[in-house]
Design a protein around this ligand. Structure first.
Ligand code: FAD
Ligand code: UDP
Length: 370
């Protein structure tokens, strides 16, 4: 008899399993339908021996000391500051938009102080900041919005920025200095030996059993357990009884090239050209040295594995119905990006899982992490 059946071996499921087993002495079975652990953060060495992220680039960043310290139990880290260039009008320019981007795009030589004044002349006042369009136009005006954001967003989401919550594009700051890092968090690191190795260590506990290649439907009535932790799509759990929650998917096209370097930056974004949104060269992220190099292009699609919840009011409203049903379902806990329909980064999922552990285990955060 297992105390918990955990559905999904991504961050949400693995943190839950690890804490329930290690800090609470529970017996846990993880059931994962894919042939590997790690969820969307899974990485592996490809046939040429290059470490790649199967489901697109995953860069770890957080401001949470607790999350950083907790994961540090399972991995050493490599410092890594992520940088991205956007391909606009035949030039590569830093994104997030910063002083360099403005000077390069407009052919100017402004200082940080001058650029703030300049941006004020471009920005258009919006009474309320409700949509992703409002966020950008109120900061940098229409021209930069059209060149750097509008088409990228239409490609990525199949929606205009005016149809998406402000939180989507608000992930990308606008800077008046030369800081060209993609993230501003206190901790910006990559697991030294990769994500999968980190997950292996998390799940290496005598009370944790992992069953791969198994949809939980195949075993839930055969294997006895007391309670369930569910990290898959919440609408699927309830047989889409209120209708489908929209998720955005991606096709990943991986390539390996017989050259040590493929592009000028870890990621190049293509807001306006090509059907893909961005191209990532993994060796920048992993620090691996190798005579060949591997890259991935991301082609957004409506069909396929659910990768992104789509943040907009009607979807939030539909999710609230599922959320209520989830609350009314005894013995099943919902956690993670798909199960709570939140556009969460990895660290936010870890934090959410740790919070759920404190509730289930009746412990304070300090006790849980001691
Ligand atoms: P998942 O990783 O999706 O895990 C859920 C697991 O449940 C999956 O393995 C799935 O196979 C399994 N499952 C589902 N249904 C069933 C079932 N019926 N039976 C059995 N198993 C099932 N975050 C960052 O912090 N930094 C980044 O740079 C970053 N880049 C990203 C890039 C892309 C392209 C994507 C898609 C996401 C990115 N993220 C990034 C977000 C990150 O992937 C998520 O926050 C995190 O992986 C979510 O973990 P999770 O456990 O909630 O979900
Ligand atoms: N975005 C954009 N242009 C860019 C980069 C991002 O318009 O060059 C918008 C787009 O809507 C994207 C969102 O900002 O979906 C969030 O970008 P992020 O890089 O955080 O997306 P993720 O890594 O989660 O795919």
């Amino acid at each position: 008899m297992f105390d918990y059946m955990v559905v999904g071996a991504g961050f949400a499921g693995s943190v839950m399993a690890e804490r329930l087993a290690s800090a609470h002495g529970k017996k846990v079975l993880i059931v994962e339908k894919r042939p590997h652990i790690g969820g969307n953060a899974y990485d592996h060495y490809n046939d040429d021996g290059v470490l790649v992220h199967k489901y697109g680039p995953h860069i770890f960043h957080t401001n949470s000391q607790d999350v950083f310290d907790y994961l540090s139990r399972f991995t050493a880290w490599r410092p890594y500051q992520h940088r991205v260039l956007a391909s606009v009008d035949g030039q590569l320019m830093p994104i997030p938009i910063n002083l360099t981007t403005i000077n390069q795009y407009f052919g100017l030589n402004l200082t940080a102080f001058q650029v703030e004044e300049f941006l004020k002349t471009l920005a258009e006042k919006r009474e309320t900041i409700r949509t992703s369009e409002d966020v950008i136009i109120s900061k940098v005006g229409k021209e930069l919005y059209e060149k750097f954001f509008r088409n990228y967003t239409r490609k990525q989401w199949g929606l205009d920025p005016s149809e998406l919550d402000s939180t989507v594009i608000a992930r990308i700051p606008v800077r008046s200095n030369r800081d060209d890092r993609y993230f501003s968090d206190k901790y910006q690191v990559m697991p030294l030996h990769g994500y999968t190795r980190m997950f292996e260590r998390m799940l290496d506990h005598p009370n944790i059993k992992v069953m791969l290649n198994t949809d939980y439907h195949e075993v839930k009535d055969i294997i006895p357990y007391r309670e369930m932790i569910f990290t898959g799509p919440v609408d699927e759990y309830f047989d889409f009884c209120f209708g489908k929650l929209p998720y955005r998917s991606l096709d990943f096209r991986h390539e390996t090239h017989s050259t040590a370097r493929f592009q000028e930056a870890p990621v190049v974004n293509f807001p306006n050209e090509y059907p893909y949104t961005r191209c990532t060269e993994f060796k920048y992220l992993t620090g691996q040295e190798h005579p060949k190099t591997s890259i991935v292009y991301e082609y957004p699609t409506a069909e396929g594995d659910p990768y992104y919840p789509v943040p907009r009011p009607e979807n939030a409203e539909l999710y609230r119905k599922y959320e209520q049903l989830a609350k009314d379902t005894p013995g099943v806990f919902f956690v993670g990006r798909l199960a709570t329909y939140k556009y969460y980064n990895m660290d936010q999922v870890v934090a959410q899982a740790l919070t759920l552990c404190t509730k289930i285990m009746g412990m304070r955060r300090r006790e849980l992490l001691d």
